[in-house]
Design a binder for this molecule. Structure first.
Ligand code: AMP
Ligand code: ZN
Length: 490
């Protein structure tokens, strides 16, 4: 399996530290508001990556934090006249709930910053002792960036280039403008904890380093997040962990591309966002995931409602094929056409190999989905060929339905359940009718279809079902498509 390491800018053969096991960490949200679908893109991408590692036989331990103390949370609490804890609890719960709705697996460990103050203070102490951090007179503690000779390696920056445009802001007690806060002295009305440097709270980058060390152990195999986190967040996490414990931090860095609307990054500050919750009210989680996975996780992803609608339609089409395969299996021939089913089996096996090869190539979900679509086309062709000659092989049809659903399931895409009403038979009735009326068979069939459509529109299910069943007994099927219903020989 090859994974693109954004720290080395190269696709590398993935070699876990411990045989058969993967330890991975993905930075979680700051819980001050509902997440938008840009955030969701990152979490869904890593869910798919995790699922594929598991499907490939790895025992994966996945940790993701909740940043539940932060300026944004404090500001939101002040605006709303609530405590920071109330705001953080509300949006932590909402985040967990909406991740479930998006079919994102729960992490194995979900540490919260406010519950990890002790380990963070321990790390900061170690950094001070090692000469990598210093406490300022005002109670802040800073990381001394120039004390870390490897600083810049995660995000590909040079320390001297970073000096351009950086200043020490009012109220900061840094020695060097590049330094960053590990601990912030308490301000009135803010959440605060006791520490050797007085009351205060941790800086944002502090938590992830301490949590990775505590719950996974350094170094880990994979560290991930959106590409906007590479600098300074990941750079700073890495600097703290490597300087505190000298064990390395993450072997592979993975960064997801940004979700865009009209060419611009979706973000709270630009106001061009849709929350995941509102999108899932209008569309299925499976359609959103299908849309997202049609673009490689490292590339920018253009979101539009039209594309989401398109993904929903594609899913319905695939679900229709799977349903038709099951129906065909239930009405299989006693003497199936073995040549046709063998050819189908071979073609699907080839699609399966392509699917695996794409996923093993830095999680190329777009390529993997193309293989699924190819399998669907091939299955439709099989149904068309064999049903015309009533030669469906039960095992082959069930196997085809199974692999299509399973491949999508591996990506976390659950096919929708379609109404159980599709194939039935009609032409025989039409033919019978024609014997009396002298009508053209097709015209008669049209009339029967119209009668069924009318019954269904009036929710007259008994009549509609009776028409369908009679036809089925005569070996005919009604195929309901987007373009209308058709009658076919079973
Ligand atoms: P935050 O709560 O701002 O730390 O964001 C949570 C995660 O969402 C981080 O991994 C961000 O990199 C990611 N993220 C934020 N905006 C976008 C976007 N427009 N597209 C993809 N990922 C994003
Ligand atoms: Zn982090």
């Amino acid at each position: 399996m090859k994974i693109y390491n954004s720290a080395t800018h190269a696709k590398e053969e993935f070699q876990p530290i411990e045989e058969g096991k993967v330890r991975m960490y993905v930075c979680g949200p700051t819980v001050y508001d509902n997440i938008h679908i840009g955030n969701a893109r990152t979490f869904i991408s890593f869910d798919v990556i995790r699922r594929w590692l598991i499907a490939s036989g790895y025992e994966v331990t996945f940790a993701q934090n909740l940043t539940d103390v932060d300026d944004k949370i404090i500001n939101r609490a002040n605006e709303q006249g609530r405590t920071a804890e109330e705001v953080a609890t509300e949006f932590s719960n909402k985040f967990i709930d909406v991740m479930h709705r998006a079919n994102v697996m729960d992490p194995d460990v979900r540490p919260r910053a406010t519950k990890e103050i002790g380990p963070m203070i321990g790390m900061i102490k170690t950094l001070i002792e090692g000469g990598h951090a210093y406490a300022a007179d005002n109670g802040d503690v800073y990381f001394a960036v120039r004390s870390d000779p490897t600083y810049g390696e995660v995000s590909g920056r040079k320390v001297d280039d970073l000096m351009v445009g950086v200043r020490i802001a009012a109220g900061e007690a840094k020695r060097d403008p590049l330094d960053f806060a590990l601990w912030k002295a308490a301000k009135p009305g803010e959440p605060m904890w006791n520490s050797p440097w007085g009351k205060g709270r941790p800086g944002w980058h502090t938590e992830c380093a301490a949590m990775v060390h505590r719950y996974l152990g350094c170094p880990i195999d994979i560290h991930g997040g959106g590409s906007d986190l590479a600098f300074p967040h990941h750079e700073n996490e890495c600097a703290q962990a490597t300087c505190a414990w000298h064990e390395g931090f993450a072997n592979t860095w993975m960064h997801t591309g940004m979700l865009l609307v009209d060419g611009e990054k979706m973000s709270k500050s630009l106001g061009n966002f849709f929350t995941l919750e509102e999108v899932l009210e209008k569309h299925s989680a499976a359609a959103l995931r299908l849309l997202m996975l049609q673009t490689h996780y490292r590339s920018p992803l253009d979101f539009s409602w039209e594309r989401l609608e398109g993904a929903e339609n594609s899913l319905t089409r695939i679900a229709g094929t799977v349903q038709n395969l099951h129906w065909a299996a239930a009405h299989a021939a006693d003497e199936p056409d073995n040549m046709a089913s063998d050819a189908l089996g071979e073609d699907l096996a080839a699609c399966g190999r392509t699917f695996t090869a794409c996923m093993d190539d830095d999680f190329n979900t777009a390529g993997a989905l193309a293989a699924v679509f190819e399998a669907v086309t091939r299955a439709n062709q099989y149904l068309e060929d064999t049903q015309g000659r009533a030669a469906v092989d039960e095992g082959a049809a069930i196997a085809a339905a199974g692999v299509i659903s399973n491949w999508l399931g591996t990506l976390g895409i659950e096919l929708p359940e379609l109404e159980e009403e599709l194939p039935a038979g009609l032409l025989g009735v039409a033919a019978g009718l024609c014997a009396y009326t002298g009508d053209d068979v097709n015209e008669a069939a049209e009339r029967i279809l119209a009668a069924r459509a009318e019954a269904r529109a009036a929710k007259n299910w008994d009549v509609a079902d009776a028409i369908r069943d009679q036809l089925r007994d005569m070996g005919l099927v009604i195929e309901d498509t987007a373009a209308g219903s058709r009658i076919k020989h079973a």
